[in-house]
Design a protein around this ligand. Structure first.
Ligand code: SAM
Length: 224
C-alpha cells in the first residue's frame, strides 16, 4: 500500500498534519537522548524523515532505517544521497535482522499502527534495544477529549481522506483514517508496551490528542 503513495508521501504528511508533524518528530528524537556514536534504529523509516532529523539534531550517530516498502526506501535513498551515517534496508518490525541489545535507541514514527502484530513489534524493539536504551513511538491517535477534540476528529475523519485521495490519487487515505480510529487509547497502548517488554517512561499527548508520543526502555530481568 505504501508503495502507491511513496512519491507524494512527504507533501501529504505536511498538509494532513497541518505542518505539526515536524514538532512531533523533534519531540520523539529528543526523547531518545542521543549521544555521538549511538546506534539508532529507525523502524518503518519510510522516506527517512526521522533518520535525517536524528542526524541533524545529533551529528555523529549511525542510523539503520528499515521498511518493507521498496518504493518508500527508494524515495529515502534519493533524499539521503549526500548524507553519511544512514544505512537503509528492507525490514519488517516483527522480525528484525538485528542481534539482541545491538541498538542504543529505537524509534518508529507513524509506523506501529501498520504493524499487523503490534505486540510482536514491541517485543522486537525491546529485544534489540540495549538495557537503559530509549524507545520512542510516535503515532497518530483519534482525539477523544478536550475542547478541540470534535474539530480534530472531523479533520481526520473527513478532510484527511478527501485531501489524501485528491493529492495522491489513491484511496489509501481511507485506510489512514480507519487505522487511526482503530488504534488503542494511550493507556491501552502503554499497557501493550509493558506486555512487549518495554517500561513506559512517558506518554505525551500532542496536537490536542491527534498524536501521541510513547517513550519506553527495555524492562530488565527484574522488571519482568
Ligand atoms: C506512515 S509511514 C511512516 C514513515 C516514516 N516513519 C515517517 O515518519 O514519515 C508508515 C510506514 O510503515 C511501513 N510499514 C508497514 N508495515 C510495516 C512493518 N510490518 N514493519 C515495518 N514497517 C512497516 C510502511 O511501509 C510505511 O513506510
Amino acid at each position: 500500500m505504501f508503495d502507491a503513495i511513496a512519491t507524494r508521501y512527504d507533501l501529504l504528511n505536511r498538509i494532513i498534519s497541518l505542518g505539526l508533524d515536524r514538532a512531533w518528530r523533534r519531540a520523539a528524537v529528543r526523547a531518545l537522548e542521543l549521544r555521538p556514536g549511538h546506534r539508532v534504529l529507525d523502524l518503518a523509516t519510510g522516506t527517512a524523515d526521522m533518520a535525517l532529523l536524528a542526524l541533524r539534531l545529533q551529528p555523529g550517530i549511525r542510523v539503520i532505517g528499515l521498511d518493507p516498502s521498496p518504493k518508500m526506501l527508494a524515495v529515502a535513498a534519493n533524499k539521503l544521497r549526500s548524507t553519511q551515517g544512514v544505512a537503509l534496508g528492507e525490514g519488517d518490525a516483527m522480525r528484525l535482522p538485528l542481534a539482541d541489545d545491538a541498538i542504543d535507541a529505537t524509534m518508529i514514527a507513524f509506523g506501529i499502527r501498520n504493524v499487523p502484530d503490534r505486540l510482536q513489534g514491541l517485543r522486537e524493539m525491546a529485544r534489540v534495544t540495549r538495557p537503559g536504551g530509549r524507545v520512542a513511538i510516535l503515532e497518530l491517535t483519534e482525539p477523544r477529549r478536550g475542547p478541540f477534540a470534535p474539530l480534530a476528529r472531523a479533520w481526520t475523519r473527513h478532510a484527511v481522506p478527501l485531501i489524501g485521495a485528491a493529492i495522491s490519487g489513491a484511496a489509501e487515505y481511507r485506510y489512514l483514517q480507519r487505522s487511526v480510529a482503530a488504534f488503542p487509547a494511550p493507556e491501552a497502548f502503554a499497557a501493550l508496551m509493558r506486555d512487549g517488554g518495554l517500561e513506559p517512561l512517558a506518554v505525551r499527548i500532542l496536537g490536542f490528542g491527534a498524536c501521541c508520543l510513547f517513550v519506553g526502555t527495555p524492562r530488565g530481568a527484574s522488571g519482568g
